[in-house]
Structures are given as C-alpha cells and as structure tokens.
Design a protein around this ligand. Structure first.
Ligand code: ATP
Length: 318
C-alpha cells in the first residue's frame, strides 16, 4: 500500500486539512473543481460562498460522507484514504440540518451519541448543553424544538467530545442574534483557549469578518481566493469622492494636471479618486479655477462587500 503522509508546514504553518485538486462531479456537472484548501492548525477558517457554491459538498468530502471524484484530502497530515476511521473522533461536525431522534430530549439524544462514540467524560453532556444554553430544556422533545434550538443541539453534539477539529456547515443558520453572538464567542474562545481548528462555512460576509482568521472564497466549486483577514482589509480602499458639475472635464484635469489614473466615474456627477487623496484641496482649487462647480468632497473607506462582489462577479454576496 502506498501510504502518503505529509507533514504539511509551509512558512511554519501546520495545516490540519489540505486538499489537492479536489473535485466532485454529479451527473456530468462539476460542483467542486480542483479545490486546493489549506486550513491552518488552531485557526478559524471560513469557507465563504453563495448558495450552491459547493461548500457543503466540500465539507462532506472532508468528512468521508461523499466520495471525491478525484483529488486528495490530507487530514492531520495523513492522506484521508489512510486515515483510520477510529481517528474521526478527533473531528466534530455539523453538516446541514442535524438529525436526532424526534421523540427524545436533547440529553437523551446526546447520551445515545456518547455511547456510540464511547469516548466521553461523564460531565460532557451537561457541559455541552450548557455551552449552547439548552441545559434547562429537560422535558422538551426534539420534535418540539425550534430551528435555532435544533441548531444549538447540533453544535452541542459536535463539540461534546472535545475534538481537535470542528467542521461546521453554516452554524449560525436559524439562530437568533443572541444565539449568533454566543456561538461566535464560544467558537473564538474554543480556538484561543483550546487551540481547536475550526472550519466553518457561510454565505454571510459580515458574519465571517467577525470570526475568521483565514477566508477561502468559493464560487461555482472553484477557490477564487484564500487569504487572511488583514490582507483582505487591504481591499477596503480609501477614496475621496468629488461631486462636480462636469465629471468628464474633472477626469481630464486629474489625468493631465495631477497624473492620476486610479479613479472611477459614477453617474453624471460623482468621481472617486483612489490615489493622491491627500491632495484633494489642491485638486479642488484646480477644478474651481477651471470653471467646475464642486458641490461636495468626502473621504470614505470602501466596503469589503464591494471587493467580493467584484471577485465573484455579478450579484452581491453576503
Ligand atoms: P448552500 O449554501 O445552499 O448549502 P453550498 O455552497 O453548500 O450551498 P452545495 O450544497 O455543496 O453548495 O451544492 C453545490 C452544487 O452541487 C449545487 O448545484 C447542488 O445542487 C449540487 N449538488 C449537491 N449535492 C448533490 C447531489 N447529491 N446530486 C446532485 N447534485 C448535487
């Protein structure tokens, strides 16, 4: 047998998950296309993409729930085909709507899971239920749970055996704002204090911005960008916006007198300047001297949404 193990260190980063040209084809339709993911140890990695981008399929392949059409997956440095099934206890996951026994309580459901996994400390069920604020729901049956409560129980099931790696598909789905806030804080704490590696998926940029160290942007099964948040913020460019009576004339002045080419024209009266922003007073003087009326000048920082919209093309993301 060809055992392919990788101790994946690139620039001193250890990757808990790495994929090489991972593909999934359903009925001649490519839904995951040559995906090369690098999920660093002890960090929160967010897979960001619109509905249908291929996030769930990717996570299912990582968890051996769906067979890849081609490509490789390395988990904890081991080719997944050599990854002993027993090692899956190192991973906690929540994929799509969590399935539980409808006629049992949360505690009873978790007890069954604990027995199946056979690796829990005695107090872990109480602990997991308290983390997701379900510890007081002694009597309620799963079928009486709201969507948010089901989601919380799914998270409790994923974390209760204290895995080294958590794979969570849209974990904030169905949660109320307080639930989102609490879950986010809990995941951040888990990562910081226990060094848990967390892979989450989302289609909401704002949510991702508040939690992720690294972001992989996926669209139509392809990875468009894999970067950390600091680098991503560089895309939030500052610009000065001039509201002028004649944008074409203003653009000519920028090019010929100030040698500025990095600008955009919006509509009939707005001009956005991305370079030499600090020269805006000079530029204003020149505009006025050349007979332009300047109604307003303001400085802004671009939104990350704009960058993503540009990246994935077309409709807005998040
Ligand atoms: P969402 O945010 O809506 O869950 P996603 O990014 O998780 O989207 P996937 O669920 O991975 O996307 O789906 C990606 C594509 O693969 C979609 O076009 C979907 O219809 C298709 N797909 C997923 N599972 C199957 C399947 N079992 N058979 C055929 N096509 C599938």
């Amino acid at each position: 047998m060809n055992h392919e193990n990788r101790n994946i260190h690139i620039n001193d980063v250890t990757y808990i998950i790495e994929t090489k040209d991972l593909c999934k084809v359903y009925q001649n339709h490519s839904v995951v296309n040559n995906l090369n993911l690098h999920i660093p140890k002890g960090q929160i990695y967010a897979l960001l993409g619109r509905n249908g981008a291929g996030k769930t399929t990717t996570m299912k392949m990582l968890l051996n729930l769906v067979q890849p059409s081609s490509g490789k997956i390395f988990l904890f440095g081991k080719n997944s085909s050599d990854f002993n099934k027993k090692n899956y206890h190192r991973i906690g996951s929540m994929i799509e709507a969590p399935a539980f026994y409808e006629n049992l309580t949360a505690k009873e459901n978790l007890e069954i899971l604990a027995r199946l996994r056979g690796r829990h400390r005695k107090d872990t069920i109480e602990y997991a239920l308290s983390i997701v604020n379900l510890e007081k729901e002694h009597k309620k049956l799963f079928r009486e749970y709201s969507l948010g409560m089901k989601q919380r129980l799914g998270l409790a099931a994923a974390i209760m055996h204290e895995p080294e790696l958590l794979i969570l598909d849209e974990p904030m789905n169905g949660l109320d704002p307080i639930g989102i806030y609490e879950t986010r804080n809990y995941l951040l704490q888990l990562c910081k204090e226990k060094g848990t590696t967390i892979l989450i998926s989302s289609h909401i940029l704002n949510e991702i911005e508040q939690i992720a160290d690294v972001i992989g942007v996926i669209e139509k099964g392809k990875l468009l960008e894999e970067t950390n948040l600091q680098k991503l913020y560089q895309h939030r460019r500052r610009y000065a916006e001039f509201e002028v009576s004649d944008v074409k004339k203003a653009a000519l002045i920028l090019e010929h007198f100030f040698y500025i080419s990095d600008y955009t024209i919006i509509g009939n009266s707005l001009l956005r300047l991305y370079e030499k922003i600090d020269s805006r007073a000079d530029i204003n003087r020149h505009f006025v001297k050349e007979g332009l009326a300047v109604a307003n000048i303001s400085v802004h920082t671009g939104k990350l949404e704009d960058y993503f919209t540009e990246l994935v093309g077309g409709d807005e993301i998040g």
